[in-house]
Ligand binder design. Structure first.
Ligand SMILES: [Zn+2]
Length: 463
C-alpha cells in the first residue's frame, strides 16, 4: 500500500515537472534587446578566411552590424560581451537530422527522442534542422510547433515526412506503398498536415518516386532520398532535389542491379576519376541535385567521449557498447574504407560545382548522436581534405541555399537572423574546437549548451 502511494505521489510530482512546461527560460544565458559580441574571430560561413578582432551587434534578433571592433559603434545600453579568443560561426544548418534513435540490441525499431534530441541539436550549434524522415510524423510536426511557440528549446525545424518505402523494408515502422497513386496520396495528405519535404527510401519504385516528386513539386515542396532500388541518375531524371549519404549508396555501378530492385550489396570498386562516376557527377550537377554528407553515421567506433556516454540511458549505453564491440576490427576497417571512398566522391562533387550539405543521421549503430554527430561530421570532412572554412560552409550556407533561406540564415551578414555559435577556440586551426560551444544564439537569444546537455543526462534512449 505504501509503495502504491509512493508511486502515485511520484507520478503526480512528475506531471507537475513536465519537462515541456518550463519552456526555454532555464536554458537562456544571454537575452537583451541589443547585444554586442566584441573582439571575436569571425568565420562567416561563405568559405572566406577567418577575420580577427571583429564585433557583431545583435538587435531585435538580427545581425545589425558585423565588422572591425575598432570601427563598431555600439548603441548605448547594449549588453557588451568581451569575447576575445572566441570564434563566432553561423548557426549550423543540419540537413539530415532525425528525432529518433535506434532502440539497440539489434532490434530494428527506433524510439522518438522528442525531449532530448532537440536540446542536443541546439546545444551543438544546430539552429536550423531539416529532418530527413520520421517514424512518428505527428510527433515531429507537433514538436516543431512547440519549439516555435517557445514551449521547449530546440532548433528551427523543417519536418521531412517519409518514408516513401515499398515492401521489403528492414524496419517495420515504415509504410509500405502499394503503387504510384498510393505515393501521390501519401504526399498529398502529409503536405496538408504541414510537411516541409519528403523522404524516399530503399525499396521505392521509379513510378512511386516519380509520382511523389510530381505531387510535392506541385506544392513547392522538395523530395530527398536514401535510395537503393532507384539509382542516382534515374532519380535525377525523375526530378529528385536531394540525395542522402552520397555515392556509396548509389547502386548504379553494380552490374547485377535490376530495375526497381534494391540489390543485396553493391561493391565500392568504382573509380572517382573514371568515366562512369564523372558522368554521374555531371548529371547530378546539371540537374541541380544536392547531396547531403552524413559521414558520422558510417563510423561504428568513433573516439568515445564522456559527454556521449553521459547522455545515454544506462540501458542505451550498455546496448551501444556491446554493438560497438561486436563490430570488431573488420567492421572498423570497413567503415574507414567507406568514409574514405565517400569523401573522394564529395571532393569531386564539390569541385564539379555540386551543392554539398551536411547532417547527422543519428541511426546506424548509435555512434552518431544528435548534434554531437554533426560536430563529428565537420572533423571527418576536414580529414578528407576540405579546409575548416569549407567544412563550415558545407554545414551552414550550403544548407541555407538549398532551403531557399540564404537571405535569412546560413552566414554572418548584416540583416540576417542572429543565429550564431560562439566557440571557445579556433576551429580554423583545429576543427575539433567546434565542440567547445559556449553560447548558441537563435534569433538573437543566447542558449547555454552545458545546461541543455545536462538536462538530458541519461535521457537518450528513453525519450
Ligand atoms: Zn536518415
Amino acid at each position: 500500500m505504501r509503495h502504491l502511494l509512493l508511486a502515485v505521489l511520484c507520478a503526480a510530482s512528475l506531471a507537475a515537472q513536465n519537462p515541456f512546461t518550463p519552456g526555454n527560460a532555464p536554458f537562456i544565458s544571454v537575452d537583451a534587446p541589443v547585444i554586442a559580441l566584441e573582439h571575436v574571430r569571425v568565420i562567416d560561413g561563405t568559405g572566406a578566411a577567418p577575420v580577427e578582432d571583429q564585433t557583431i551587434v545583435i538587435s531585435g534578433g538580427r545581425i545589425q552590424f558585423v565588422g572591425a571592433a575598432a570601427k563598431a559603434s555600439i548603441p548605448a545600453g547594449a549588453r557588451r560581451m568581451d569575447l576575445s579568443n572566441r570564434t563566432v560561426i553561423p548557426g549550423l544548418v543540419g540537413m539530415h537530422e532525425h528525432l529518433f534513435y535506434p532502440s539497440g540490441a539489434g532490434i530494428p525499431l527506433y524510439i522518438e527522442q522528442g525531449m532530448s534530441f532537440p536540446r542536443l541539436y541546439l546545444a551543438s550549434g544546430i539552429t536550423t534542422a531539416r529532418t530527413a524522415g520520421t517514424l512518428e510524423p505527428y510527433t515531429d510536426l507537433n514538436l516543431k510547433k512547440m519549439i516555435d511557440a517557445g514551449r521547449m528549446p530546440g532548433p528551427k525545424m523543417l519536418i521531412t515526412v517519409g518514408y516513401l518505402e515499398g515492401p521489403g523494408s528492414f524496419a517495420p515502422q515504415m509504410p509500405e506503398l502499394k503503387d504510384a497513386e498510393d505515393a501521390r496520396r501519401f504526399v498529398e495528405y502529409w503536405a496538408s498536415q504541414g510537411a516541409h519535404s519528403f523522404k524516399a527510401y530503399m525499396h521505392v519504385t521509379r513510378a512511386e518516386l516519380g509520382a511523389a516528386i510530381t505531387e510535392a513539386h506541385a506544392r513547392h515542396l522538395t523530395v530527398t532520398g536514401h535510395l537503393c532500388s532507384v539509382g542516382f541518375r534515374e532519380a535525377a531524371a525523375l526530378g529528385i532535389d536531394n540525395l542522402e549519404h552520397g555515392l556509396i549508396e548509389d547502386t548504379e555501378f553494380n552490374p547485377r542491379k535490376q530495375p526497381d530492385v534494391c540489390p543485396q550489396s553493391s561493391p565500392l570498386d568504382w573509380d572517382v576519376n573514371g568515366e562512369a562516376v564523372q558522368t554521374t557527377i555531371r548529371d547530378l550537377v546539371s540537374h541541380k541535385v544536392a547531396v547531403t554528407s552524413t559521414l558520422a553515421v558510417f563510423e561504428n567506433a568513433p573516439p568515445l567521449e564522456a559527454r556521449f556516454i553521459d547522455a545515454l540511458s544506462p540501458t542505451a549505453a550498455l546496448n551501444y557498447m556491446v554493438a560497438r564491440d561486436r563490430s570488431g576490427e573488420q567492421g572498423r576497417a570497413r567503415s574507414e574504407m567507406r568514409i574514405k571512398k565517400e569523401l573522394e566522391f564529395e571532393r569531386a562533387f564539390v569541385k564539379a560545382g555540386g551543392l554539398l550539405m551536411f547532417g547527422c543521421d543519428p541511426t546506424g549503430n548509435g555512434s552518431a548522436l544528435a548534434g554531437f554527430g554533426d560536430q563529428r561530421n565537420l572533423e571527418l570532412l576536414v580529414s578528407g581534405g576540405f579546409t575548416p572554412v569549407e567544412a563550415i560552409q558545407i554545414a551552414s550556407l550550403n544548407g541555407a541555399k538549398f532551403l531557399g533561406m540564404a537571405d535569412k540564415i546560413g552566414s554572418i551578414a548584416e540583416g540576417k537572423q542572429a543565429d550564431l555559435v560562439v566557440i571557445d577556440g579556433n576551429p580554423a586551426r583545429q576543427i575539433a574546437d567546434v565542440k567547445k560551444v559556449e553560447i548558441v544564439f537563435k534569433d538573437g537569444v543566447g542558449y547555454d549548451p552545458a545546461k541543455l546537455i545536462l538536462s538530458v543526462r541519461g535521457a537518450v534512449g528513453l525519450h
